[in-house]
Each structure stands twice: as structure tokens, then as C-alpha cells.
Ligand binder design. Structure first.
Ligand code: CTP
Length: 212
């Protein structure tokens, strides 16, 4: 099958030397891409900047900002059977990018931010994607409720939720523990290393297509 995966953080420029970003190593998205390629799928990884090596056998489209990632996904998604949105996309971006380095003139600096486009939220409604759609929800509270809200708002077949307030899992950790939120049920998976978990998630995501 053809699988598109978004991964990593995005970087939103403030001036030539500064940017806003989200906390994300990209490990989960890259592990999913590696597992999907191992399972014989044709994988397109669309990723913001990370320090990770590109998994073997994966096509790669590097991007920087949320707007770049939106465009890349929009141009590729129609060809895919499955789309997995593991990227930590910036929700806001500076309204104006200064052409010159901003000098520290005052004691305070106010940045005006504007909302970025929701890529996952546009997959069905704007890009008319009809394949299996999987989102991620990184939450610090009310994990199941927040993940289910995303599943419904963004018309996903599955949202993979994780609690980022826990220090033993998520972010830079090589382990993760996730909650699988489907339209008709919720299932918890035991804590596992990200590579094993990614392999298992790809198996479960394949089942979404078989059911369609
Ligand atoms: N996502 C995206 N494009 C954005 C923002 C998020 O594709 N501009 C995707 C992420 O890759 C992830 C999911 O949406 O799969 C996470 O959604 P999130 O930003 O947490 O949820 P929202 O419902 O937008 O709301 P909030 O930030 O208020 O939790």
C-alpha cells in the first residue's frame, strides 16, 4: 500500500536567525516510516527538521514550516491509501517575518502570531482524502476525551493518544505508551519501545484499510 507519514516539528521563522518550534524529536514518525517500509509498503515521509537518519527504503520530502508541510501533503495525499499525521505542527506562526535580525531595543518584545492551517483537519474536508486517516494527540490532561474530540473534528479512523506530561514516555524518550481511540471503541497498548510500538501500530493501521 501507499502510506504518507508526517513527522517531526515544524519551524516558523521570526527573523533570519530565529524561529518558533514545537518539542518533538520525530522519533515516532520515523519509526512508523521504517516499520511501514519493512512491511513492504511504499512510504512517503514528509518531515520537518530532525537529527534522525532517514529510514531505508523510504521516499523523503523535507519541509521547514507548517505552510510548507501543508503544501507537500496537499500535493501528495490523493495518491495514498493511508495517511498518518505524526508531526508536531506549530499551531501558530509569526504574522510577519522580519527581513533583518531583530535587535534587542526594548525590555519587552511582542510577537503577533496567526494560526497555521490544520493539515490533518483539512485532509478530508479540503483535500478530499478518502483513504485511512490516522492522527496523533499529545495531551497533558484528559487524554481520552481530547483524543476523541480530535478523532471526530478531523474525521479520522484512528487517533493515537499519548500523555506527554509523563516523563518516562514520549518526547525524547525511546519508549511510549499510547491509547488507541477509534470511532467505536478505545484500547490501551502497554508501554513499549518506539520501534516495537511503531511496528504494531502499522499492523493495526493496515487493518483499517481491510475494513473499508
Ligand atoms: N496537526 C496538523 N496540522 C496542524 C496541527 C496539527 O496536521 N496545523 C495534526 C498533528 O500532526 C496531529 C494532530 O493534528 O496528528 C494533533 O492535533 P492538535 O494540534 O493536538 O489538535 P487540535 O484539535 O488542533 O487542538 P489543540 O491544539 O487545541 O489540542
Amino acid at each position: 500500500m501507499k502510506i504518507l507519514i508526517t513527522a517531526g516539528p515544524t519551524q516558523e521563522p521570526i527573523d533570519p536567525v530565529r524561529y518558533l518550534t514545537n518539542r518533538s524529536s520525530g522519533k515516532m514518525g520515523y519509526a512508523l516510516a521504517a516499520s511501514a517500509a519493512k512491511r513492504g509498503h511504499q512510504v512517503l515521509l514528509i518531515s520537518g527538521p530532525t537529527s534522525l537518519d532517514l529510514p531505508e527504503g523510504v521516499d523523503f520530502l523535507p519541509v521547514v514550516s507548517a505552510a510548507d508541510m501543508y503544501q507537500a501533503v496537499e500535493s501528495q495525499i490523493a495518491k495514498q491509501d493511508i495517511a498518518i499525521f505524526a508531526a508536531a505542527v506549530a499551531d501558530y506562526t509569526p504574522a510577519n517575518v522580519s527581513e533583518q535580525k531583530i535587535k534587542k531595543d526594548g525590555d519587552q518584545l511582542t510577537l503577533v502570531l496567526e494560526k497555521t492551517k490544520d493539515i490533518l483537519g483539512s485532509a478530508r474536508s479540503v483535500m478530499n482524502f478518502t483513504g485511512a486517516l490516522v492522527g496523533f494527540a499529545a495531551e497533558t490532561e484528559n487524554l481520552e476525551e481530547n483524543a476523541r474530540g480530535k478523532l471526530q473534528r478531523k474525521a479520522c479512523d484512528l487517533v493515537v493518544g499519548n500523555d506527554v506530561s509523563r516523563t518516562d514516555i514520549g518526547f525524547d524518550s525511546s519508549e511510549n505508551e499510547v491509547l488507541l481511540v477509534y470511532p467505536d471503541r478505545t484500547e490501551g497498548l502497554p508501554k513499549d519501545n518506539k520501534d516495537h510500538l511503531a511496528y504494531h501500530l502499522i499492523e493495526l493501521i493496515e487493518d483499517l484499510v481491510d475494513q473499508e
